[in-house]
Design a protein around this ligand. Structure first.
Ligand code: SAM
Length: 192
């Protein structure tokens, strides 16, 4: 039983792209109420459902409270864009590194489509700073965005540090919504 229907979007994406492997460390941004984390726990075996497989780790972060879940560590009342949260993550993660960053974050919608779009793109761009601190080389980032004029800018920025970037619209995402996901794979350090 999942806490929220959004679980089906992640299941659908993961069935196709196999992002979440047993033993992996996953950071779930905007995790409340915790459905994506439930999927991640199952797939990385962080609750050790299968003792034969390596044990992974799931860390969920949200501004809101996230009810406890076996196999997950939650940072409730934390802002993903805040460097203080990044510092907490670095302490928590094995060797300070994650294999996958997930983000289903969304700002409170104002109803002004352009404004909400820009806000969410800014939040997604901040995930690239987070990746620089905690993402393993060859790691992946899956992030939700709302389509609009700045989407290509986000895509370009992702392409500068990931070898593969694609746009996804899961079948379980409402056809008439602007919701999309970028799946960015094969992370490489930015060249400075
Ligand atoms: N993936 C979740 C699940 O399956 O249960 C649903 C996530 S919900 C669509 C979006 C979440 O993003 C909200 O809970 C919201 O509080 C969170 N959020 C928005 N801005 C955030 C930020 N700056 N830091 C952390 N969480 C944030």
């Amino acid at each position: 039983n999942f806490r929220c229907r959004s679980a089906f979007k992640l299941l659908e994406i993961d069935d196709k792209f196999r992002l979440l492997q047993p033993g992996y460390t996953v950071v779930d941004c905007g995790a409340a109420p915790g459905a994506w984390s439930q999927v991640a726990v199952q797939r990385v075996n962080s609750d050790v459902t299968d003792p034969e497989l390596p044990r992974g780790m799931v860390v969920g972060i949200d501004l809101l409270n996230i009810p406890p879940l076996d196999g997950a560590h939650f940072l409730s009342s934390c802002d993903v864009t805040d460097p203080a949260t990044h510092a907490k993550l670095l302490e928590l993660l094995p060797h300070g590194k994650a294999h996958v960053i997930l983000s289903d974050m969304a700002p409170n919608a104002s109803g002004f489509r352009e404004m909400d779009h820009e806000k969410l793109i800014t939040m997604c761009l901040s995930l690239i700073d987070l990746a620089e601190k905690i993402l393993q080389p060859q790691g992946s980032l899956l992030c939700k965005y709302w389509d609009g004029i700045l989407a290509h800018k986000l895509q370009e920025t992702l392409s500068s540090v990931f070898s593969s970037v694609r746009t996804l619209k899961p079948d379980s995402s409402r056809k008439d919504s602007a919701e999309r996901y970028f799946l960015a794979r094969m992370y490489r350090r930015p060249i400075k």
